[in-house]
Design a protein around this ligand. Structure first.
Ligand code: LLP
Length: 421
């Protein structure tokens, strides 16, 4: 459920008409609903109630500081994967002991940053990373809490580009090597083993792969405890999917996911962390765009928008589906036709949808892409010298620009010209 609904024939974010935002901010823009963000965070938090737990929002899904602050105010932790995300979390006021640092290629500079600034735990993904982190920690006289990310070799049954839990994927350490790697970590004085980490992929629409992975983690917990390690925290990753096609998809609910976690690992007495990104912010954000032209092709109609693949890459990159709806509510009996919905970028990959049935629209009409809050704004680029588009946050009847649109001058003035030119 989200808070984007038609009121008086016009699509609103909570109590704000999207057309009012468009009039002030221009299109295209991203808009997020505070109530939806809060609702989705609470679904996870409630799903784990009765367990010692922390829901660490995976900031990679949408990392604007206003989104982080909104969630942090509810008690969220953060899962960060770069020095940049770490700094965003810190600037947004998240206490370091609620920040988990993940990622397969942490650099020394990033390690220095989190060792000095403080962190809840580092999720270590390889032996060389472990050795370097130990060195950096000792150089600063610190002992850094770690989990080690296990690759459980489980098929997440999701898009190949976002599956992470099979042995052929670059993530984590093979679970078969766990005992050796934990034994090695235990000898490193700059590190303190606190638990186990696992993450098998994103946009999972079936709970079974989670069950398989968590069962392996539970078994491993017992084994490692028997080896003398103090396994007291389990980071179970993110990945629960969302419905992208409205009314047609029903992925498992956070409550069912929480029940599964309790069933699989509840008996171990560990503190549990989860790292959801998409489910918290995905359906809490829309991309709003204007129709530039309606073009009749040979046997095809093109709806050419002012948003493009550089603003929302998911359809081009993963063949992802996003529902596209007009901001003015279609009237009963409206005339529908099939459109290819495209952007202005000079490649055919800049296609959001093919043969999509839409009411007839005209130049200047507004459309909204649903489910665009996660991996939308954060994956945008300036391809074709198109400036990054603004982000807007709505709360009740208020809205605020939380990242302004740069001017063309600001964008091109970042180039520097060498003296010989
Ligand atoms: N934790 C780790 C270690 C991750 O790698 C990810 C996502 C998450 C948590 C959050 O997963 P979520 O709950 O959001 O599914 N750009 C792609 C998605 C990439 C996901 C990468 N890792 C997309 O647009 O579908």
């Amino acid at each position: 459920m989200d808070h984007f609904n038609y009121k008086n024939g016009s699509l609103h974010a909570e109590d704000v008409a999207l057309s009012d935002i468009a009039a002030e901010v221009g299109t295209p823009f991203y808009v997020y609903s505070t109530a939806t963000l809060e609702r989705h965070f609470r679904l996870f938090d409630d799903a784990l109630s009765g367990m010692d737990h922390l829901v660490c929002y995976a900031m990679k899904a949408a990392s604007n500081q206003s989104i982080i602050k909104t969630l942090a105010a509810l008690g969220a932790g953060m899962d960060v994967v770069s020095g940049g995300e770490y700094l965003r979390a810190i600037r947004a006021g998240v206490p370091p002991d609620r920040i988990v640092f993940s990622g397969v290629g942490k650099t020394r500079a990033e390690m220095e940053m989190i060792v000095q600034g403080g962190v809840r735990q580092v999720n270590v993904e390889s032996e060389p990373e472990m050795v370097l982190l130990d060195k950096v920690a000792r150089a600063h006289g610190k002992k850094i809490p770690i989990t080690i990310r296990m690759n459980p070799d489980v098929d997440a049954k999701t898009h190949a580009k976002i599956a992470t839990g099979k042995s052929e994927n670059k993530f984590g350490i093979p679970i078969t090597k766990a005992r050796d790697v934990y034994a090695m970590a235990a000898k490193l004085e700059g590190l303190e083993i606190v638990g186990i980490d696992v993450h098998i992929g994103s946009q999972l629409t079936d709970l079974e792969p989670f069950g398989l992975a968590y069962r392996k983690v539970a078994e491993l917990t017992q084994t490692l405890r028997a080896d003398g390690h103090d396994i007291r925290r389990l980071d179970l990753g993110g990945g629960l999917g969302i419905p992208y096609v409205r009314g047609n998809e029903a992925p498992p609910l956070p409550a069912d996911y929480g029940a599964l976690i309790k069933r699989e690992v509840g008996h171990l007495g560990c503190e549990v962390e989860i790292e959801p990104g998409r489910l918290i912010v995905g359906n809490a954000g829309l991309l709003v765009s204007s129709v530039i032209y309606v073009k009749e092709g040979e046997g095809r109609n093109f709806l050419i928008l002012d948003a493009a693949m550089n603003d929302l890459i998911r359809p081009a990159m993963y063949d992802a589906h996003h529902d596209i709806v007009p901001v003015q509510e279609p009237k009963a009996g409206a005339d529908y036709a099939d459109f290819d919905v495209v952007g202005p970028v000079c490649e055919t990959g800049d296609t959001f949808a093919r043969n999509r049935a839409l009411q007839r629209l005209e130049d200047g009409d507004l459309v909204a892409f649903r489910s665009a809050g996660a991996y939308g704004a954060v994956m945008a680029s300036e391809y074709n010298s198109r400036p990054l588009i603004p982000e807007v946050l709505v709360k009740g009847d208020q809205f605020a620009v939380i990242r302004p649109r740069p001017t063309l001058e600001e964008m091109i003035n970042r180039d520097t010209i060498p003296s010989w030119l």
